[in-house]
Write a protein that binds this ligand. Structure first.
Ligand code: ZN
Length: 122
Protein backbone atom coordinates (compact mmCIF):
# COMPACT_ATOMS: atom_id res chain seq x y z
CA UNK A 1 0.00 0.00 0.00
CA UNK A 2 2.92 2.35 -0.65
CA UNK A 3 0.76 4.26 -3.10
CA UNK A 4 -2.13 4.64 -0.60
CA UNK A 5 -4.66 3.30 -3.06
CA UNK A 6 -8.20 2.26 -2.16
CA UNK A 7 -9.75 -0.80 -3.79
CA UNK A 8 -13.21 0.03 -5.16
CA UNK A 9 -15.37 -3.01 -5.78
CA UNK A 10 -18.83 -4.52 -5.70
CA UNK A 11 -17.27 -7.87 -4.67
CA UNK A 12 -17.61 -8.30 -0.90
CA UNK A 13 -15.44 -11.45 -0.91
CA UNK A 14 -12.59 -9.49 -2.46
CA UNK A 15 -12.80 -6.86 0.28
CA UNK A 16 -12.37 -9.58 2.93
CA UNK A 17 -8.98 -10.68 1.63
CA UNK A 18 -6.04 -10.07 3.93
CA UNK A 19 -4.12 -8.17 1.28
CA UNK A 20 -6.80 -5.49 1.08
CA UNK A 21 -5.97 -2.86 3.69
CA UNK A 22 -8.12 -0.08 2.25
CA UNK A 23 -11.29 -0.99 0.41
CA UNK A 24 -14.66 0.52 -0.36
CA UNK A 25 -17.78 -1.42 -1.28
CA UNK A 26 -19.87 0.18 -4.01
CA UNK A 27 -23.52 -0.63 -3.39
CA UNK A 28 -24.80 1.21 -6.45
CA UNK A 29 -24.50 -0.47 -9.84
CA UNK A 30 -24.71 2.68 -11.97
CA UNK A 31 -21.40 4.52 -12.47
CA UNK A 32 -23.01 7.95 -11.89
CA UNK A 33 -24.31 6.85 -8.48
CA UNK A 34 -20.98 5.21 -7.63
CA UNK A 35 -19.17 8.45 -8.42
CA UNK A 36 -21.53 10.53 -6.25
CA UNK A 37 -21.13 8.10 -3.36
CA UNK A 38 -17.32 8.11 -3.57
CA UNK A 39 -16.96 11.86 -3.97
CA UNK A 40 -18.94 12.46 -0.79
CA UNK A 41 -17.76 9.46 1.22
CA UNK A 42 -14.09 10.26 0.58
CA UNK A 43 -14.66 14.05 0.69
CA UNK A 44 -13.13 14.56 -2.74
CA UNK A 45 -14.78 17.85 -3.69
CA UNK A 46 -12.01 19.86 -2.04
CA UNK A 47 -9.50 18.00 -4.22
CA UNK A 48 -11.30 18.11 -7.55
CA UNK A 49 -9.55 20.22 -10.18
CA UNK A 50 -11.75 19.90 -13.25
CA UNK A 51 -10.05 20.02 -16.65
CA UNK A 52 -6.53 20.04 -15.20
CA UNK A 53 -5.63 16.67 -16.76
CA UNK A 54 -5.85 15.24 -20.27
CA UNK A 55 -8.64 12.71 -20.69
CA UNK A 56 -6.49 10.72 -23.11
CA UNK A 57 -3.15 10.42 -21.27
CA UNK A 58 -3.61 12.09 -17.82
CA UNK A 59 -0.77 14.60 -18.33
CA UNK A 60 -1.38 18.21 -17.25
CA UNK A 61 -3.30 20.57 -19.52
CA UNK A 62 -2.04 24.14 -19.94
CA UNK A 63 -3.46 27.27 -21.61
CA UNK A 64 -2.17 27.81 -25.14
CA UNK A 65 -2.42 30.70 -27.61
CA UNK A 66 -4.93 30.20 -30.40
CA UNK A 67 -2.17 30.78 -32.99
CA UNK A 68 -0.37 27.66 -31.76
CA UNK A 69 -3.34 25.37 -32.35
CA UNK A 70 -5.50 27.07 -34.98
CA UNK A 71 -4.43 24.70 -37.76
CA UNK A 72 -5.71 21.72 -35.81
CA UNK A 73 -9.15 23.12 -35.01
CA UNK A 74 -12.39 22.37 -36.83
CA UNK A 75 -13.75 25.54 -38.55
CA UNK A 76 -16.76 25.79 -36.24
CA UNK A 77 -14.51 25.67 -33.17
CA UNK A 78 -12.23 28.35 -34.66
CA UNK A 79 -15.23 30.65 -35.06
CA UNK A 80 -16.89 30.03 -31.71
CA UNK A 81 -14.04 29.56 -29.24
CA UNK A 82 -11.38 31.99 -28.04
CA UNK A 83 -9.59 30.08 -25.30
CA UNK A 84 -7.68 26.83 -25.71
CA UNK A 85 -5.67 24.40 -23.65
CA UNK A 86 -3.15 21.79 -24.76
CA UNK A 87 -1.99 18.59 -23.14
CA UNK A 88 1.68 18.69 -22.18
CA UNK A 89 1.91 14.95 -22.83
CA UNK A 90 0.13 14.09 -26.07
CA UNK A 91 -0.64 17.56 -27.45
CA UNK A 92 -4.41 17.09 -27.51
CA UNK A 93 -6.22 20.43 -27.73
CA UNK A 94 -9.19 21.34 -25.52
CA UNK A 95 -11.77 24.14 -25.54
CA UNK A 96 -14.96 24.92 -23.64
CA UNK A 97 -17.40 23.21 -25.98
CA UNK A 98 -20.41 21.01 -25.34
CA UNK A 99 -18.38 18.25 -23.66
CA UNK A 100 -16.78 20.82 -21.34
CA UNK A 101 -20.22 22.23 -20.43
CA UNK A 102 -21.57 18.75 -19.73
CA UNK A 103 -18.61 17.90 -17.49
CA UNK A 104 -18.80 21.26 -15.70
CA UNK A 105 -22.48 20.57 -15.04
CA UNK A 106 -21.64 17.16 -13.56
CA UNK A 107 -19.05 18.68 -11.23
CA UNK A 108 -21.48 21.42 -10.19
CA UNK A 109 -24.18 18.85 -9.43
CA UNK A 110 -21.70 16.79 -7.40
CA UNK A 111 -19.96 19.55 -5.49
CA UNK A 112 -21.65 22.85 -6.28
CA UNK A 113 -23.82 25.18 -4.25
CA UNK A 114 -25.94 23.33 -1.74
CA UNK A 115 -23.80 20.18 -1.84
CA UNK A 116 -22.07 19.00 1.33
CA UNK A 117 -18.51 19.42 0.03
CA UNK A 118 -18.15 22.28 -2.42
CA UNK A 119 -14.86 22.65 -4.34
CA UNK A 120 -12.58 25.50 -3.35
CA UNK A 121 -12.93 28.49 -5.66
CA UNK A 122 -9.82 30.07 -7.16
ZN1 ZN B 1 -2.69 13.97 -23.28
Amino acid sequence: MAEHRILLTRDRQLLMRREVTHGCYLRAARPEEQLAYLVHRLQLCRLIRPFARCTACNATVEPVAVEAVVARLPPSVRQLQARFWRCAGCGRVYWQGSHWRAMAGRVARLCGEGQPHRPATR
